[in-house]
Design a protein around this ligand. Structure first.
Ligand SMILES: [Zn+2]
Length: 132
């Protein structure tokens, strides 16, 4: 008796998440129902195994929508770069990269450390002066 043939139109849950993920990597776009003709499974299969398309994408680790991008001007070097809108809203100042933000914030810290040093030196000098 021959073993029951595995139907090609019935990929496993894991196969489907892999297919959807690969589709996303190849195209750079999270697939939707409209991309179903390019994928080797049916809408019914998605509903049966995942309940919804969103669940399939979530299980596959595909982001549901691409982040809205907007152009910002770096606070330090004035370079224009694309940034996620939600990141812009969160940040008080926008920088083109970690190099600019780091140098901006380090500069600020260095300055206050120098000020602290000056104050403590002044205090020391004062103490020496008064102890005499
Ligand atoms: Zn910059």
């Amino acid at each position: 008796m021959p073993a029951p043939a595995v139907k090609k139109d019935k990929p496993s849950k894991r196969d489907m998440t892999k297919l959807v993920y690969n589709f996303y990597i190849l195209t750079g776009t999270p697939p939707g129902w409209k991309h179903l003709p390019h994928l080797p499974f049916s809408k019914k299969r998605v509903i049966d195994l995942f309940g919804s398309w969103t669940n399939l994408l979530t299980t596959a680790g595909v982001p549901l929508n691409r982040y809205k991008m907007s152009e910002i001007t770096c606070f330090l070097c004035k370079k224009k770069v694309a940034r996620e809108v939600k990141e812009i809203r969160k940040a008080k100042k926008s920088f083109c990269g970690s190099a600019c933000s780091a140098s901006f914030y380090t500069k600020g810290r260095k300055h206050s450390e120098e000020t602290k040093k000056k104050i403590s030196e002044t205090l020391k000098a004062h103490r020496i002066f008064t102890s005499k």
